[in-house]
Design a protein around this ligand. Structure first.
Ligand SMILES: Cc1cc2nc3c(=O)[nH]c(=O)nc-3n(C[C@H](O)[C@H](O)[C@H](O)COP(=O)(O)OP(=O)(O)OC[C@H]3O[C@@H](n4cnc5c(N)ncnc54)[C@H](O)[C@@H]3O)c2cc1C
Length: 478
């Protein structure tokens, strides 16, 4: 039995960042992971499974709070932005601005080393099984140490950074703040390969050395998208995410039996620019599969004695599935908040609550709206998306939407462009409804509750609007 100020569970992106921040602020921090210290941030046996793309602004946020911890090797290749292409490849719309295509294992090590430099104690080979909960308070964790023995470790506050399938979140007592499970249809089943491209044909619709490309296509990637992200030294990160229900509908319609793996294989073959390529299996990280959540982050992310950050709180952006940025932001803010818990009396719900407010202000407040936009996209066929990208949304409006800001779209100003029959009118009306709903959600989030007492009403309102959107716009990929 040992006592720490802060116990950070999980030494991935969110966890290492939170530990580094709390350590910097003078707390006695223990960082726990099932991985050894030689493999920080490895998600599963498959490696550091990720598309590796992150916006520059998120890296700047870390620099502002932890100093310039990056070496350059970790940030990999700078990219000018992300481009989404329509299924017919005729239209390109920008997503996110400048960023990096990271060298993920090195990036994980940089964050981990920042924690160690800030006097954080690390224990690897420790498999966390559950929170210790006493009198409605999380007081530490229980798990198996590297010898396979059960061990309890206590701290004044626990930061849950165990990723999407967190056993801490899932084993919290039933509570009104944090959903313990993530709905299956709010997950993208994803996989990716890292290839060294030895010979390619120049066609910027398929591969662009300066831009991270996203291919929207409900046949190739039902309910999700495919991606080709350039990396340093002529390599690429090629992957695909699908929604389970959309894949089922698409397979049923075409009498196919595709699964995630077969879809990725087909997607790589479809990319006609790749003439000669080979797997880059450095760090044994060349091929991997895992899930990303694409719902809004948990409406509340604290519980007495407990703060959640990163994928454990479903924080990836529901539209892009980008979770590195929100994990970095959540990590910094969770580390700061945890460091304020100098004794148990300061780690209750009321004291931790401002973390929710800070996170929503910094990043989270637009995510419920993004979830509704994702639901809208999943309800469209390839033809709808082609037509919509050509006629409904201008370049500027697309930029606004992907930043979570809502453009001024009005039926009256645009209806003149919708000429190709009833189906397009219906899709356009759905778009207008979606944009109005996003505005409504953003307004509600602007008034995020400043105390737990106001929270149940807030959460009920958000849930009812999002559920209504899902009923109105069911998956309809083909
Ligand atoms: C295929 C794919 C592509 C993606 N592409 C992108 C992208 O291009 N850009 C982007 O921004 N995001 C992307 N994401 C999402 C991004 O990878 C995650 O959001 C990010 O890794 C979240 O970091 P995290 O620290 O919260 O969790 P994780 O990275 O999952 O870290 C969790 C840590 O907890 C440890 N852990 C888990 N359970 C236990 C346990 N029981 N005991 C002890 N330790 C445990 C793990 O070992 C790990 O170190 C992608 C995800 C996938 C799957």
């Amino acid at each position: 039995m040992q006592d720490y100020d802060v116990l950070v569970a999980g030494a991935g992106i969110a966890g290492s960042t939170a530990a580094a921040m709390a350590g910097k602020m003078g707390s006695r921090v223990l960082l726990l992971d099932r991985n050894k210290e030689t493999e920080p941030g490895k998600k599963t046996l498959w490696g550091w499974v990720c598309g590796d793309a992150v916006a520059k602004s998120h890296i700047e946020f870390v620099r502002k709070n932890l100093g310039n911890i990056f070496t350059g090797d970790d940030l990999g290749l700078p990219v000018d932005g992300v481009m989404a292409l329509s299924p017919d490849l005729q239209y390109k719309l920008p997503f996110d601005g400048e960023g990096y295509s990271l060298e993920r294992p090195i990036f994980g090590a940089t964050l981990f080393n920042a924690a160690i430099k800030n006097n954080v104690e690390f224990r690897g080979g420790f498999s966390i099984e559950a929170p210790i909960v006493e009198e409605g308070f999380v007081k530490g964790v229980v798990g198996k140490n590297s010898k396979g023995e059960e061990e309890k470790i206590r701290a004044k506050v626990v930061v849950d950074a165990l990723g999407i399938s967190s056993l801490l979140r899932r084993k919290l007592p039933e509570n009104p703040y944090i959903d313990r499970e993530i709905d299956y249809e709010d997950l993208e089943l994803t996989g990716r390969f890292i290839y060294k491209i030895e010979d390619y044909e120049n066609d910027l619709k398929y591969y662009d050395p300066k831009y991270a490309l996203i291919h929207l296509n409900q046949n190739m990637a039902p309910g999700g998208y495919g991606w080709v992200f350039p990396k340093k030294d002529g390599r690429v990160n090629v992957g695909l995410g699908v929604q389970h229900k959309s894949l089922e509908l698409r397979n049923a319609k075409f009498g196919e039996k595709d699964n995630l793996k077969s879809l990725i294989d087909k997607y790589v073959k479809w990319n006609r620019t790749f003439k000669k390529y080979s797997l880059d299996d450095s760090f044994r990280n060349g091929e991997g599969y895992w899930s990303v959540s694409v719902r809004r982050q948990m409406e509340g992310m604290v519980f007495p004695g407990y703060i959640g950050a990163g994928d454990s709180m479903a924080s990836p952006n529901p539209l892009s599935a980008g979770g590195i940025g929100p994990a970095l932001i959540g990590g910094i803010l969770a580390g700061k908040k945890a460091a304020e818990c100098r004794d148990y009396s300061k780690c209750g719900l009321d004291e931790l609550w401002s973390y929710n407010v800070d996170y929503n202000k910094q990043y989270g407040s637009k995510m419920a709206g993004m979830e509704v936009f994702r639901t809208f996209l999943q309800s469209m066929t390839n033809e709808d998306i082609d037509y919509g990208m050509k006629n409904f949304i201008t370049y500027e409006e697309a930029v606004e939407i992907t930043y979570g800001r809502i453009p001024e779209l009005s039926l009256t100003s645009k209806i003149g462009k919708v000429m190709k029959g009833m189906k397009n009118v219906k899709t356009f009306k759905s778009l207008v409804w979606t944009v109005d709903t996003m505005k409504q959600l953003n307004r509600i989030y602007d008034g995020y509750p400043t105390t737990p007492g106001e929270f149940p009403q807030f959460k009920a309102k958000i849930q009812s609007i999002v559920n209504d959107a899902k009923e109105r716009l069911p998956p309809n990929p083909v």
